[in-house]
Design a binder for this molecule. Structure first.
Ligand code: GAR
Length: 198
């Protein structure tokens, strides 16, 4: 039985597209996409998901104001209705309460554009440049209540070149994100939580 995957986005959704295409391209992929959820109605990824034939839903966080629990309860309702076994956060840019990852304990992944545990939080590519690093990359980790701190299940490294702008570094990392996340999901969905290095 294939694992059912829900992907949560806030923006352009290029990682979502790479995950969906990887699942759709291989009949033996141990997972299938069942839902793309966005907290932003204007997210560009929604149309891309629909074009790929994946059901989409918007749970706009704004009407919930400061009530994160109520926003997350609404997301949980949609994720459960879709029968999701695994949740992939892919550019989902909201801080959650601890109970959201706790509910999906061991079943929720996130991708972050740094070599965790380095450069958690916002603007990790700029943080890596500011720190004078020789390399950076991306990490896929199991989501736990502490921000960007759960067990890393995959990492890909890119060089930082002299004179790199944040856009140049981000693009180099993004190309690796699109390879790493599907590779991790393939193994994770098959029950293999050992770490991939790329
Ligand atoms: C990606 O670079 C992802 O790693 C990052 O947002 C971008 C989303 O792009 N996520 C975070 O920074 C999470 N802390 P996408 O919408 O094109 O996939």
């Amino acid at each position: 039985m294939k694992k059912k995957v829900a992907i949560i986005i806030s923006g352009g959704g290029s990682n979502m597209v790479s995950l969906v295409k990887a699942m759709q391209a291989d009949a033996d992929f141990p997972a299938e996409p069942v839902l793309v959820l966005s907290n932003k109605p204007e997210a560009g990824g929604l149309a891309k998901a629909e074009a790929l034939g994946v059901k989409t839903v918007v749970v706009d966080h704004r009407p919930f104001g400061k009530d994160r629990e109520a926003f997350e309860a609404e997301m949980n309702k949609e994720l459960e209705a879709a029968g999701a076994d695994i949740i992939c956060l892919a550019g989902f840019m909201r801080i959650t309460t601890p109970s959201f990852p706790e509910k999906w304990d061991g079943r929720m992944l996130n991708i972050h554009p740094s070599l965790l545990p380095k450069f958690k939080g916002l603007h990790p590519q700029q943080q890596a440049l500011d720190a004078g690093e020789a390399e950076s990359g991306c990490s896929v980790h199991v989501v736990t209540p502490e921000l960007d701190a759960g067990p890393v299940v995959g990492q890909a490294v890119v060089p930082i070149l002299e004179g790199d702008t944040v856009d140049e570094l981000s693009a180099r990392i993004m190309a690796k994100e699109h390879q790493l996340y599907p590779a991790v999901l393939r193994r994770f969905a098959a029950g293999d939580t050992s770490r991939i290095e790329m």
